[in-house]
Design a protein around this ligand. Structure first.
Ligand SMILES: *[C@@H]1O[C@H](CO)[C@@H](O)[C@H](O)[C@H]1NC(C)=O
Ligand SMILES: *[C@@H]1O[C@H](CO)[C@@H](O)[C@H](O)[C@H]1NC(C)=O
Ligand SMILES: *[C@@H]1O[C@H](CO)[C@@H](O)[C@H](O)[C@H]1NC(C)=O
Length: 980
């Protein structure tokens, strides 16, 4: 028995996911005939199963039952003994989306037919990794008394685990692991009393928080040697042991977030324990000294806790330890050279602690080591010294070396080439400098190489010699100026041509100059056709991308943004999902790009062509681009009307056409894009009235920006149905008549809380693994045009300025209590300010200037404590400005041009007659950028005044930068920043 278990555990340790010792292999004597009743039972069972990929086609009525997939018979009696209906699921996770999709397609579902009860000799039943979604575990299973092994892990069952399972008194193996939330749960654990023979129990992911009867269960499972209760939502570690002390060999209590609770002493009494996993529990304090008696441990995982001691000396005496994970704690001090005593160690992970000093040389004496992970600690060391010490006996063994962010310096030496089995080398984020040794090219097993964020200034092609297994290469954020050499290498037959598996290449953020057209043009792009991820953004690459259909043919994510590419846009294949070509100099028409292979379906979800010199009309070719979620064509020179095929983009959430020369009506087909969250068509030449369907169709719309177009007619009251709307900018158009009273229905603006955070604006959520730029919007708030991005989801504003709106300001506006900025300036509003304006407690900016408003300034306005920008100038207000610290602190210029008196206006302030001709207000053709110089000085006064008055609530980084630029260039620059 002893020896047998020992053998088993070797298997367990290397393959963490449990797979019991019975494997479904067909070893059937062809003489054996199946038993008729069992044969019928199985066929009946099949009827209720959903089998989308027809895996059970061999289970045919007239088929040879000896060859029925997954059914194993006794070799003498012919009774069905085993049913193995597990769906293949790789241990280390899926390697590709295709593999995952294949898995999803082959999962069984449906119902379990009780005909199974006719299989009187069934002892092994494995249904793992299937999709019996949302149904409970059928109770009848507990009547198959012959079962010794039952595996329902990740089979999709939910609800309470039937206590009848306690009738399966012959069970040796029970796996109920669940990864659905909320999935399975228990009310109590009494039923375990019925399973005295159980050896292996996995209830990871099962909600055990309601079980309160642990105390009554001492030594309930005397034969258990493997207990796994990971992610079981236990509020504390159960105070007593349901198992026999000396029989337990593996215990997994990870991911329960026990936090401050103490580790109960019975755990440390498990002196035969071979594997202990307490990771991700946020335990505090030092690594418990009581662990020191557990010297049989081969596998110890204490990662993701808050242990804050040094690594205790006794730990180094664990001579059986094969796997040690202390990652992500607050461990301090240095690593002792006694680490040489961990002679069995196969994998050591000490990353993300506060460990100082050097990696001890004695590490190199651990001849069984395959994996060293020491990223993100406080030591500081020459990288060459580490390599040298590891040479002692690891040169042909080490597979993984992760030294990310460890303050390493100096350069990689030629000895690197001796680590023949190295598959992962990650010395990123250090201060390692050139040269890179040529011997790197002889690491024939290397698949992952990350040299990013170091000080390399040259990488030559020979560096990459024979790296035929390389799939991921990061060289971004170095000081590479000799990029040409890399690319030459990339295409030279003798060197980079070996990199046939390279699928991920990141080189952004180097100070590179490369003129592609000067160099061997198409071959670079032929190479790029190998890449799945290609990121060359933020360099200074120029030249044209040749328009050859094979180019970029397998890539999924291409980011060439912020370079100097010119010429036409490259064709893309159907595999591209993310394409960012923004901030380049691509010019000419978009026609061939858009209409290339017009009938081929595209997968692209994210297309960013912002800030190029693209021009002319956009052809009607959007039909097959219907996966698009984000479309950004802003800041180009497109003209013409927008084509109707935009209506095919039914998944579209974000549409940016800002600052082009589109004209005509908004295409009515846009109403099909019902998922839109952002519509920004500002600064174009669109005409017509604002379509009323905008209000009916876009229930998720958060931003509607139509400013600086030629929209006329009234503001349709249908817009009021946009309950999610937070930003409404209709300024600089030709709108007339009044503001509809129904604006009070803008519920997102009426509430102060923000129900809808980043989710809508962070598209990286959709494209896992990709860092996509956040959504941003240029908004004029507090008299300044600023780009908002990180806090965009918090902004709530209305801008109706520079139209021909008239009538009174409806008092319903005051129910928009979440609104931060209200700009009604440059219109023809009459009447008085709604008395109740003080209820709009979130207002930070009010601009009612240049209207014909009259009456008194309502006293409630003095209760707007967040208000930091107020402009009421050039109306017909009369009487005294209400007294409050708030209103008097604003600059007098915000009140001039009225018949007001009182502070902040001084008595001899005689500027009332300055009243610029209203017809001469900012020109619409340049979006109102032209500014009357009197108001420029006024705005400057506001900005300076604001800074001293009130804490800036709408701050972000760009804001600060813009603000200081503002102060630096008060002359010419001011014109472009101040929009009144
Ligand atoms: C049947 O299987 C048992 C156990 O697997 C084996 O020992 C025995 O030799 C087999 N008998 C025949 C006839 O194959
Ligand atoms: C550890 O072993 C020592 C010596 O054998 C013993 O005195 C002590 O009680 C043990 N500690 C635990 C927690 O079992
Ligand atoms: C390491 O092993 C040596 C030799 O066996 C022994 O003298 C020393 O005490 C051990 N150190 C630790 C910390 O276990």
């Amino acid at each position: 028995m002893e020896g047998c278990l020992g053998f088993l555990f070797l298997t367990f340790l290397i393959i963490p996911l449990p797979h019991y010792f019975i494997f479904c292999t067909e070893h059937i004597d062809s003489e054996v005939r199946c038993i008729d009743s069992e044969r019928h039972a199985i066929l009946k069972f099949k009827q209720d199963l959903i089998d989308p990929s027809n895996r059970l086609s061999s289970w045919a009525v007239d088929g040879d039952c000896c060859h029925w997939v997954g059914v194993i018979y006794h070799n003498l009696t012919a009774h069905v003994q085993q049913l193995c209906l597990r769906t293949f699921h790789p241990l280390g996770g899926f390697e590709s989306e295709e593999q995952y999709e294949a898995y999803e397609r082959s999962m069984f579902g449906g119902k379990l037919n009780p005909s199974l009860l006719d299989l009187k000799h069934l002892n092994y039943f494995d249904l793992s990794f299937n999709n019996f979604s949302t149904s409970p575990i059928p109770e009848f299973l507990s009547s198959i008394k012959s079962l010794t092994s039952l595996n329902l892990s990740n089979a999709g069952f939910v609800g309470v685990i039937p206590h009848q399972l306690g009738n399966l008194s012959n069970l040796l193996y029970l796996n109920l692991k669940s990864s659905i939330f909320p999935g399975l749960y228990v009310n109590n654990l009494q039923w375990l009393l019925g399973l005295p023979l159980l050896q292996h129990l996995d209830m990871s992911g099962v909600d055990l928080s309601k079980a309160s009867d642990w105390l009554q269960l001492t030594n309930t499972l005397p034969s258990l040697f493997d207990l796994r209760l990971s992610y079981s939502q236990l509020p504390f570690i159960p105070p007593t042991l349901i198992v026999n002390f000396s029989s337990l060999l593996t215990l997994d209590l990870s991911e329960n977030q026990f936090g401050n609770t103490l580790i109960p002493s019975w755990i440390f009494g498990l002196c035969n324990l071979v594997s202990l996993d307490l990771s991700e529990n946020y335990f505090q304090g030092p690594i418990p000294i009581d662990l020191q008696n557990m010297t049989s441990l081969r596998h110890l995982d204490l990662s993701l806790n808050n242990f804050n001691s040094s690594i205790p000396n006794w730990l180094y005496s664990f001579s059986h330890l094969e796997f040690l994970n202390l990652r992500y704690n607050n461990l301090q001090g240095i690593i002792s050279s006694a680490i040489r005593n961990l002679t069995s160690t196969f994998s050591i992970d000490l990353s993300e602690n506060e460990l100082g000093g050097k990696l001890p040389r004695s590490l190199g004496n651990l001849c069984n080591l395959r994996e060293i992970k020491f990223s993100s600690n406080n030591g500081s060391q020459e990288i060459s010294e580490i390599l040298e010490s590891l040479l002692v006996c690891l040169s042909d063994r080490l597979e993984i070396l992760r030294l990310f962010n460890s303050q390493l310096y100096d350069h990689l030496t030629d000895e690197l080439g001796l680590f023949k089995n190295l598959a992962v080398l990650d010395p990123a984020n250090n201060s390692i400098s050139s040269p890179l040794p040529l011997s790197l090219g002889s690491l024939s097993s290397l698949g992952y190489l990350d040299l990013s964020n170091n000080l390399f200034n040259e990488i030559v092609p020979q560096n990459f010699g024979q790296l035929s297994k390389l799939h991921t290469l990061h060289i971004e954020s170095n000081m590479l100026e000799h990029y040409t050499k890399i690319m030459e290498g990339a295409i030279s037959k003798s060197h980079f041509s070996n990199l046939t598996r390279l699928t991920t290449f990141f080189a952004f953020g180097n100070q590179l100059t490369l003129n592609i057209s000067d160099m061997i043009p198409p071959s670079i792009w032929n190479l790029s056709s190998l890449f799945i991820y290609l990121n060359l953004s933020h360099n200074q690459i120029n030249g044209e991308i040749p328009n050859n259909p094979s180019i970029l043919s397998t890539s999924s994510v291409i980011d060439l943004s912020s370079n100097h590419f010119k010429g036409s846009l490259p064709y893309i294949s159907s595999s591209v999902i993310v394409l960012d070509l923004s901030d380049n100099s691509f010019s000419k028409s978009i026609s061939s790009f858009l209409c290339f292979k017009m009938n081929d379906s595209k997968s692209i979800g994210y297309l960013n062509l912002e800030k190029n010199n693209l021009s002319r009309k956009i052809p009607d070719c959007w039909m097959k681009w219907n996966s698009l979620v984000v479309l950004n064509l802003a800041n180009n020179n497109f003209s013409g009307s927008f084509p109707t095929s935009i209506g095919s983009l039914t998944l579209l959430k974000s549409l940016h056409l800002y600052n082009n020369k589109f004209f005509g009506n908004l295409p009515s087909s846009l109403r099909n894009c019902e998922k839109l969250v952002i519509i920004d068509v500002a600064k174009n030449e669109f005409v017509g009235s604002i379509p009323s369907w905008i209000g009916h169709r876009f229930s998720s719309l958060m931003i509607l920006n139509l400013h600086s177009n030629n929209f006329h007619d009234h503001i349709p009251k249908e817009l009021c149905a946009l309950a999610s709307l937070q930003i409404l900018d209709l300024s600089h158009n030709k709108l007339s008549r009044g503001i509809p009273g129904c604006v009070k229905n803008f519920s997102a603006m009426a509430t102060k809380n923000n129900s809808n955070p980043d989710m809508s604006f962070n598209h990286s959520n959709y494209y896992v693994g990709e860092t996509l730029p956040l959504e941003s919007e240029l908004l004029v708030i507090k008299g300044k045009a600023l780009e908002y991005s990180t806090i965009l989801h918090l902004v709530k504003c209305i801008d109706f300025s520079n139209n021909s709106l008239s009538g009174e300001i409806p008092k319903e506006v005051t129910s928009l209590q979440g609104l931060q900025s209200l700009n009604l300036s440059y219109n023809f509003f009459i009447g008085s300010i709604p008395e109740n304006i003080g209820a709009m407690g979130s207002l930070e900016s009010i601009d009612f200037s240049m209207n014909q408003l009259s009456g008194q300034i309502p006293s409630s306005m003095s209760s707007l404590t967040f208000l930091s920008h107020l402009n009421l100038s050039n109306n017909n207000f009369t009487r005294k400005i209400p007294l409050s610290t708030q209103l008097q602190s604003f600059n007098a210029l915000g009140f001039i041009g009225n018949k007001l008196c009182g502070l902040p206006l001084s008595n001899n302030f005689t500027i009332n007659d300055v009243n610029p001709d209203k017809e001469n207000k900012g020109s619409k053709h340049n979006g109102g950028l032209e500014v009357d110089w009197f108001f420029v000085s006024m705005a400057l006064a506001f900005v300076v005044g604001f800074w001293g008055v009130c804490g800036p609530l709408l701050l972000n980084k760009q804001w600060i930068i813009m603000y200081f630029q503002f102060l630096d260039h008060t002359g010419y620059k001011l014109k472009s920043l101040v929009l009144l």
